[in-house]
Design a binder for this molecule. Structure first.
Ligand code: GSH
Length: 208
Protein backbone atom coordinates (compact mmCIF):
# COMPACT_ATOMS: atom_id res chain seq x y z
CA UNK A 1 0.00 0.00 0.00
CA UNK A 2 1.15 3.51 -0.79
CA UNK A 3 0.67 6.34 1.65
CA UNK A 4 0.46 9.69 -0.16
CA UNK A 5 1.21 12.84 1.85
CA UNK A 6 -0.15 15.66 -0.20
CA UNK A 7 -2.39 18.66 -0.79
CA UNK A 8 -4.86 19.54 -3.52
CA UNK A 9 -2.38 21.37 -5.77
CA UNK A 10 -0.95 20.67 -9.26
CA UNK A 11 2.11 18.96 -7.77
CA UNK A 12 -0.14 16.91 -5.54
CA UNK A 13 -2.44 15.93 -8.38
CA UNK A 14 0.45 14.58 -10.48
CA UNK A 15 0.77 11.72 -8.02
CA UNK A 16 -2.92 11.01 -7.42
CA UNK A 17 -3.38 10.88 -11.20
CA UNK A 18 -0.44 8.49 -11.59
CA UNK A 19 -1.67 6.23 -8.77
CA UNK A 20 -5.13 6.13 -10.32
CA UNK A 21 -3.71 5.48 -13.79
CA UNK A 22 -1.66 2.51 -12.59
CA UNK A 23 -4.51 1.41 -10.27
CA UNK A 24 -2.39 1.19 -7.12
CA UNK A 25 -4.05 1.11 -3.75
CA UNK A 26 -3.25 4.27 -1.79
CA UNK A 27 -4.23 6.24 1.25
CA UNK A 28 -4.16 10.04 1.26
CA UNK A 29 -2.76 12.00 4.20
CA UNK A 30 -3.69 15.66 3.88
CA UNK A 31 -0.86 18.09 4.63
CA UNK A 32 -2.30 21.55 5.17
CA UNK A 33 0.45 23.73 3.69
CA UNK A 34 -1.50 26.91 4.46
CA UNK A 35 -1.44 26.06 8.15
CA UNK A 36 2.23 24.98 8.16
CA UNK A 37 1.86 21.17 8.49
CA UNK A 38 4.86 20.86 6.14
CA UNK A 39 7.18 22.23 8.85
CA UNK A 40 6.17 19.72 11.53
CA UNK A 41 9.00 17.52 12.76
CA UNK A 42 7.42 14.23 11.70
CA UNK A 43 6.79 15.50 8.19
CA UNK A 44 10.34 16.86 7.74
CA UNK A 45 11.59 13.35 8.51
CA UNK A 46 10.06 12.19 5.22
CA UNK A 47 10.24 15.50 3.33
CA UNK A 48 13.56 17.25 3.97
CA UNK A 49 12.51 20.33 1.96
CA UNK A 50 9.10 20.58 3.70
CA UNK A 51 7.13 20.09 0.53
CA UNK A 52 4.34 17.88 -0.69
CA UNK A 53 4.03 15.39 -2.35
CA UNK A 54 5.75 12.49 -0.61
CA UNK A 55 4.94 8.80 -0.75
CA UNK A 56 5.74 5.89 1.50
CA UNK A 57 5.64 2.54 -0.26
CA UNK A 58 4.99 0.32 2.75
CA UNK A 59 5.54 -2.91 0.84
CA UNK A 60 9.08 -1.90 -0.07
CA UNK A 61 9.71 0.23 2.99
CA UNK A 62 10.64 3.14 0.72
CA UNK A 63 10.01 6.88 1.17
CA UNK A 64 10.24 9.21 -1.83
CA UNK A 65 9.92 13.00 -2.07
CA UNK A 66 9.95 15.28 -5.19
CA UNK A 67 7.10 14.64 -7.62
CA UNK A 68 9.34 13.83 -10.61
CA UNK A 69 11.23 11.21 -8.61
CA UNK A 70 7.93 9.78 -7.35
CA UNK A 71 6.55 9.55 -10.91
CA UNK A 72 9.70 7.75 -12.09
CA UNK A 73 9.54 5.37 -9.13
CA UNK A 74 5.88 4.50 -9.71
CA UNK A 75 6.45 4.17 -13.46
CA UNK A 76 9.36 1.78 -12.89
CA UNK A 77 7.41 -0.24 -10.34
CA UNK A 78 4.32 -0.53 -12.51
CA UNK A 79 6.05 -0.75 -15.89
CA UNK A 80 3.71 1.96 -17.21
CA UNK A 81 4.09 5.34 -18.94
CA UNK A 82 7.93 5.24 -18.98
CA UNK A 83 8.93 2.99 -21.82
CA UNK A 84 12.65 2.16 -21.79
CA UNK A 85 13.05 3.01 -25.47
CA UNK A 86 11.40 6.41 -25.05
CA UNK A 87 13.08 7.24 -21.76
CA UNK A 88 15.52 9.86 -23.03
CA UNK A 89 12.69 11.86 -24.62
CA UNK A 90 10.40 11.38 -21.61
CA UNK A 91 13.15 12.52 -19.23
CA UNK A 92 13.67 15.75 -21.17
CA UNK A 93 9.99 16.72 -21.05
CA UNK A 94 9.65 15.60 -17.45
CA UNK A 95 12.66 17.71 -16.43
CA UNK A 96 11.26 20.66 -18.41
CA UNK A 97 8.07 20.38 -16.37
CA UNK A 98 9.97 20.10 -13.09
CA UNK A 99 12.48 22.87 -13.74
CA UNK A 100 10.54 25.26 -15.97
CA UNK A 101 6.76 24.88 -16.55
CA UNK A 102 5.88 24.20 -12.91
CA UNK A 103 8.10 26.78 -11.20
CA UNK A 104 7.25 29.55 -13.70
CA UNK A 105 3.49 28.91 -13.71
CA UNK A 106 3.71 28.71 -9.93
CA UNK A 107 5.17 32.23 -9.82
CA UNK A 108 2.44 33.38 -12.22
CA UNK A 109 -0.13 32.04 -9.71
CA UNK A 110 1.56 34.06 -6.97
CA UNK A 111 1.61 37.39 -8.80
CA UNK A 112 -1.46 37.17 -11.03
CA UNK A 113 -3.91 35.06 -9.02
CA UNK A 114 -3.10 35.40 -5.31
CA UNK A 115 -1.46 38.83 -5.11
CA UNK A 116 -2.55 41.03 -8.02
CA UNK A 117 -1.61 44.70 -7.74
CA UNK A 118 1.44 44.10 -5.55
CA UNK A 119 4.14 44.02 -8.21
CA UNK A 120 3.67 45.11 -11.80
CA UNK A 121 7.10 43.76 -12.64
CA UNK A 122 6.27 40.30 -11.21
CA UNK A 123 2.86 40.21 -12.87
CA UNK A 124 4.22 41.19 -16.29
CA UNK A 125 7.26 38.95 -16.09
CA UNK A 126 5.40 35.75 -15.20
CA UNK A 127 2.46 36.49 -17.47
CA UNK A 128 4.87 36.72 -20.41
CA UNK A 129 6.77 33.60 -19.39
CA UNK A 130 3.53 31.66 -18.95
CA UNK A 131 2.31 32.78 -22.36
CA UNK A 132 5.62 31.66 -23.80
CA UNK A 133 5.23 28.23 -22.12
CA UNK A 134 1.77 27.86 -23.70
CA UNK A 135 3.26 28.76 -27.10
CA UNK A 136 6.14 26.34 -26.70
CA UNK A 137 3.92 23.48 -25.58
CA UNK A 138 1.51 24.25 -28.41
CA UNK A 139 4.38 24.12 -30.90
CA UNK A 140 5.66 20.83 -29.50
CA UNK A 141 2.17 19.34 -29.65
CA UNK A 142 1.80 20.40 -33.28
CA UNK A 143 4.49 17.82 -34.08
CA UNK A 144 3.84 15.21 -31.48
CA UNK A 145 0.68 13.61 -30.12
CA UNK A 146 1.97 13.67 -26.54
CA UNK A 147 4.87 15.58 -25.03
CA UNK A 148 7.42 12.81 -25.39
CA UNK A 149 6.12 11.31 -28.62
CA UNK A 150 3.33 9.02 -29.67
CA UNK A 151 2.57 7.66 -26.20
CA UNK A 152 1.03 9.12 -23.06
CA UNK A 153 3.78 9.19 -20.44
CA UNK A 154 4.73 10.55 -17.03
CA UNK A 155 5.82 13.78 -18.78
CA UNK A 156 2.15 14.38 -19.70
CA UNK A 157 1.00 13.36 -16.23
CA UNK A 158 3.41 15.90 -14.69
CA UNK A 159 2.40 18.74 -17.01
CA UNK A 160 -1.37 18.23 -17.19
CA UNK A 161 -2.35 19.47 -13.70
CA UNK A 162 -0.45 22.72 -14.33
CA UNK A 163 -2.32 23.44 -17.55
CA UNK A 164 -5.49 22.50 -15.71
CA UNK A 165 -5.02 25.75 -13.79
CA UNK A 166 -5.56 27.60 -17.10
CA UNK A 167 -8.41 29.68 -15.70
CA UNK A 168 -6.00 31.22 -13.20
CA UNK A 169 -3.50 31.88 -15.98
CA UNK A 170 -5.87 34.08 -18.04
CA UNK A 171 -3.88 33.34 -21.17
CA UNK A 172 -6.71 31.73 -23.09
CA UNK A 173 -6.05 28.03 -23.54
CA UNK A 174 -8.43 27.85 -26.50
CA UNK A 175 -6.13 30.09 -28.57
CA UNK A 176 -3.61 27.24 -28.51
CA UNK A 177 -5.14 24.58 -30.72
CA UNK A 178 -2.70 21.73 -30.20
CA UNK A 179 -2.35 22.30 -26.48
CA UNK A 180 -6.16 22.32 -26.22
CA UNK A 181 -6.41 19.06 -28.19
CA UNK A 182 -3.87 17.44 -25.82
CA UNK A 183 -5.58 18.91 -22.75
CA UNK A 184 -9.07 17.78 -23.74
CA UNK A 185 -7.93 14.29 -24.57
CA UNK A 186 -6.12 13.83 -21.27
CA UNK A 187 -9.05 15.37 -19.33
CA UNK A 188 -11.23 12.53 -20.57
CA UNK A 189 -9.07 9.72 -19.20
CA UNK A 190 -10.74 7.84 -16.33
CA UNK A 191 -7.55 7.77 -14.25
CA UNK A 192 -7.10 11.50 -14.71
CA UNK A 193 -10.68 12.22 -13.65
CA UNK A 194 -10.32 10.03 -10.57
CA UNK A 195 -6.91 11.48 -9.73
CA UNK A 196 -8.24 14.99 -10.13
CA UNK A 197 -11.09 14.32 -7.71
CA UNK A 198 -8.90 12.64 -5.09
CA UNK A 199 -9.66 15.24 -2.43
CA UNK A 200 -12.90 16.71 -3.70
CA UNK A 201 -15.16 14.17 -5.37
CA UNK A 202 -16.86 16.86 -7.46
CA UNK A 203 -13.69 18.33 -8.91
CA UNK A 204 -13.10 17.86 -12.62
CA UNK A 205 -10.43 19.32 -14.90
CA UNK A 206 -11.87 22.67 -16.01
CA UNK A 207 -13.01 22.87 -19.63
CA UNK A 208 -10.73 24.86 -21.98
N1 GSH B 1 9.79 20.33 -6.85
C1 GSH B 1 8.80 19.93 -5.89
C2 GSH B 1 7.88 21.10 -5.64
C3 GSH B 1 6.83 20.74 -4.62
C4 GSH B 1 6.13 21.99 -4.11
O1 GSH B 1 6.47 23.12 -4.45
N2 GSH B 1 5.12 21.77 -3.27
C5 GSH B 1 4.40 22.87 -2.69
C6 GSH B 1 2.91 22.70 -2.91
S1 GSH B 1 2.50 22.55 -4.60
C7 GSH B 1 4.65 22.88 -1.20
O2 GSH B 1 4.66 21.84 -0.56
N3 GSH B 1 4.83 24.07 -0.64
C8 GSH B 1 4.99 24.25 0.77
C9 GSH B 1 6.25 24.98 1.12
O3 GSH B 1 7.17 25.06 0.29
O4 GSH B 1 6.31 25.48 2.24
C10 GSH B 1 8.01 18.74 -6.44
O5 GSH B 1 7.73 18.75 -7.63
O6 GSH B 1 7.69 17.82 -5.67
Amino acid sequence: MIELFTANTPNGKKISIMLEEIKYEYKVVNIDINKGDQFKENFIKISPLSKIPVIIDHERNQTIFESGAILIYLAEQSGKFYDVEERLEINQWLMAQMGYFGPMLGQHHQFHHYNPGKSKFGEDRYFKISERIYRELNERLSKSKYLAGKNYTIADIATFPWIARHEWHDIGLKKFKNLTRWYEEISERDGVKRGFAFMDENELPPKP
